[in-house]
Design a protein around this ligand. Structure first.
Ligand SMILES: NC(=O)c1ccc[n+]([C@@H]2O[C@H](COP(=O)([O-])OP(=O)(O)OC[C@H]3O[C@@H](n4cnc5c(N)ncnc54)[C@H](OP(=O)(O)O)[C@@H]3O)[C@@H](O)[C@H]2O)c1
Length: 341
């Protein structure tokens, strides 16, 4: 008989709901329970949420240990925060029960450089329990790190890598539109970015760290520039009904690069703003040969992230133990037809 992977999900914000909705459709996955600390969600039926398209008896619960005690969970998906210091206590608790973890926490996608001690602790704990911890997502986790790493495989020589994401943020979830400053005045945008009330995009530095580690690239410095606002030339209404006047923020550009001497050897350029403009994901390798890959239309970030999580479940469960990154696990791919061994 085909066996399913038993999974729980922690965090049912906008992104968590998209992931849960996909997990419910996967015939190889058994979503056992969902956990969130938001008092407005606790006790509700998962299928009551407007983003959930399928009938299920699952109720949103705040007691994580209740699920873990059942000892039959293969993996927990965490979608709660971008910051590793907030996600690490959850990972700790889950791994101690002998359960694998996938999180879309951006800082977990390549934690070794900015959180060396915490990374060592998590790695040691995961190995002692023979489970795997991986940070993933569309970006960081795939489009601006793993994919360019893989595209260098047929190059005899690589001199530089430039990755550009160009997206229409109006198609993304509301929490994404808000964290990139949509609807703010330019002054408010800078104040909220400086006070960290909004984060902008998180993960460019981690993506560069993963690329240089994977390719063994020698560099002097990794620099992430402060996000630059993009303002609208015409008044428009957001997908959540808010009017954005002319000259107010409709998105941002975030840029990071690795330098060797005066040369920028890795350049990541992330552009997200509301507007009917071309969308694409582009990777340009300068080397032998020069390579240019362009995904016309781009990958939708929220749908792509949910697919990365669902597809990684069978892969992470079978990967070696420890705190791994996307470059360390067996080839990520669609796994809707892969069953538990
Ligand atoms: N890597 C990638 O490509 C990628 C892609 C998309 C999103 N992300 C990241 O994924 C995270 C989730 O996205 P989102 O838009 O859904 O965020 P969100 O709106 O902040 O939702 C997070 C949810 O998790 C809950 N939560 C927080 N701490 C918790 C805990 N300790 N235990 C259980 N639940 C907890 C929150 O409850 P409260 O509201 O009560 O705190 C909220 O319901 C964000 O940090 C986002 O940046 C990464």
């Amino acid at each position: 008989m085909k066996k399913k992977f038993n999974v729980i999900q922690v965090g049912l914000g906008p992104m968590g709901r998209i992931i849960a909705n996909l997990l419910l459709t996967r015939k190889n996955i058994n979503l056992i329970g969902v956990n969130d600390i938001d008092p407005k969600l606790i006790g509700k039926k998962l299928s009551e949420l407007p983003e959930i398209d399928y009938e299920t008896d699952i109720t949103i619960d705040s007691d994580l240990e209740k699920f873990l005690d059942k000892k039959k969970i293969d993996l927990a998906v965490i979608a709660t925060s971008s910051l590793l210091k907030k996600v690490a206590p959850l990972i700790n608790k889950i791994v101690k029960f002998g359960c694998n973890v996938i999180s879309i926490c951006e800082e977990l996608s390549y934690p070794y450089q900015d959180h060396p001690e915490l990374s060592k602790e998590l790695d040691k704990l995961a190995k002692s329990k023979n489970v795997t911890i991986v940070g993933t997502g569309i970006n960081p986790g795939y489009l601006m790190d793993l994919l360019p790493i893989i595209i260098t495989a047929p190059c005899q020589k690589v001199s530089s890598i430039r990755v550009t994401r160009m997206m229409n943020s109006a198609k993304r979830r509301v929490s994404f539109q808000k964290k990139i400053g949509t609807g703010l005045s330019v002054d408010q945008f800078h104040k909220k970015i400086s006070s960290k009330e909004i984060t902008g995009h998180v993960g460019l530095t981690q993506s560069i760290q993963m690329i240089v580690a994977a390719l063994g690239i020698d560099y002097d410095d990794i620099v992430e520039l402060p996000p630059k606002e993009i303002v609208t030339e015409i008044e428009f209404t957001t997908s959540y009904g808010e009017k954005v006047p002319k000259d107010y923020v409709c998105g941002l550009q975030s840029k990071a690069f690795a330098k060797k001497g005066e040369k920028e050897i890795i350049i990541l350029d992330f552009v997200a703003y509301a507007g009917d403009h071309e969308e694409y994901d582009s990777i340009e390798i300068e080397g032998t040969p020069n390579l240019h890959q362009k995904i016309i239309g781009g990958v939708h970030g929220d749908l792509g992230t949910s697919a990365m999580v669902a597809n990684l479940i069978p892969i992470v469960i079978q990967a070696k133990a420890g705190l791994l990154t996307m470059k360390d696990i067996p080839i990520p791919r669609n796994t809707e037809n892969i069953w538990k061994k």
